[in-house]
Ligand binder design. Sequence first.
Ligand code: UD2
Ligand code: MN
Length: 574
Amino acid sequence: MARFSFSGKTKFTRIAAVCLMLILLLYIIATWSEDKKRHFSDSARNEPQLVNDLGNFEPRNVKPREGPGENGKPHILRQDQQNDADQSETEYGINIVCSDEISVDRAIPDTRLPECKYWDYPKDLPTVSVIIVYYNERWSVLLRTVHSVINRSPKHILKEILLVDDFSDKEHLQSYLDNYIERFHGVVRLIRNTQREGLIRAKSRGAKEAKGEVIVFLDAHCEVNTNWLPPLLAPIYRDHTVLTVPIIDRINHKTFEYRPANPPHTHYRGIFEWGMLYKETEVPQRELSIRKHNSEPYKSPTHAGGLFAIYRKYFLMLGAYDTGLLVWGGENFELSFKVWQCGGSIEWVPCSRVGHVYRRFVPYNVGKLAQKRKGPLVTINYKRVIETWFDDKYKEYFYTREPLARFLDMGDISEQETLKKRWNCKSFEWFMQNVAYDVVKKFPELPPNLHWGELRSGAVSKCIGTLGFAPPSLITIQHCHGFGSNQLMRLNTKGQLGVGERCIEADSQGIRLAFCKLGRVDGPWSYDVNSSKLLHRLRNKCMALHTQTLDLSLMPCDINNTYQQWYFKEIHPK
Ligand code: UD2
Ligand code: MN
């Protein structure tokens, strides 16, 4: 069990004095042995050395380092590098030119709450396999992930870093990588998929092949922070059914600046809206107040998916990830619901922090992995998850928010259902009442749709849509593409007109895409099937198309005007 050993000011002064003396001593030793100190290479292309003092949990007192991106500072490229940088960003969603110039061993700022330094963790924590799955990841980004784990994990806990190559075809990830990892003397192990499996199956494979007692998953573009591992393991040491999640810091995809996503003292946790988009929200007081110290772990309904730790046998006992989930998305919910409903729990750990590069877009193709399924893969995954874990009442909210999902082929979920029975798992209602009780405050239960589908004009053969822009933006009239997504409109029984997770509102300027008001599911719209008019009740005007410009706005309702006629046309997955 983790013990907090910081009591009162006098003790603090004494500790501070001892620390100061230690720092001075270390500084002398450090400058004296400068030539031996080749822990850190100056650029990603240099020969990195194995760091040998892994047993030291807390930050080593190294001299402030200089060099591109050191200490997590943004690395700004020269003007003449800009073209190459832009090109790499278009290709990979990450500025690779920038990454390549930053040391794979760079220092990053310690973003933890200061309090975190005073925790004393058990000495006999379970051993760990850090599993990193990747597909065509760039060299310096992948290697910086590996090096950060080597540099900042206690040696006696880190059994291995298990790299799972999801059938990459980039040259640098073949024998060159095999040779490179030899320098880690077996600590880094590499297995390769013989066909592309997608990240979900690649992770399950990693779990099966791992040798550590606990498995920790990381994306292949991360940097772990000071002493990240022991706090993540302590709750699992206490109870093998806890899944722990580090706090994710942000690494900028353009400059590689390392920054905390939120101030360290405010805590967030993972929830979801009814279309199964992952959301983070401030932790309810009820949860925070159970703890004595602000740096202690707290419970969370779910997690983002990429970075977490779980007892390996427990993960396998829960059947790893549902093998019917394809490529990307939804597996974080599957595992979270499974853990909570079948007797485990999820804790987020403020003293464990890991940086992640959020890319601008998903840089890989998933087409071939779709197994000839119709419709968006992620929605198919969500459907499997909600059909397995939701009660009927809650399933309806998902289908209201994602009407096309009803028609998607999710495959066979009988194995999931068997598992749910075997472990005597609790209902979703129980989960919503006891764990995810903050969800409905933000995203109330959805009233059914009165109408949904493409919203076609009666005057021209076109549909209204968002063109994928984020709010606030204008709604426009476009060619009907028939895929739904940004043209799939829903009018519910309470007058809210929605598209995806957003709402459609109107003002004197036009018809707009807006953020729906949190906690509200009502709106000003009503649709009259006989006249095909879409009425804004508050302004007492109708949605209209300009006869020349085809701009959308509210106009005084005119019963005979075809430019004010609208038809909801239900669509099916293509
Ligand atoms: C998030 C998660 C990610 C996963 C995903 C939903 C975080 C920080 N990341 O998206 O781990 O849960 O949501 O499924 O929470 N990869 C493969 N094979 C593929 C595609 C990707 O191995 O076919 C690798 C990829 O190289 C990377 C990892 O899987 O290391 C995660 O992929 P991502 O970074 O594209 O996912 P991300 O961060 O958008
Ligand atoms: Mn990622």
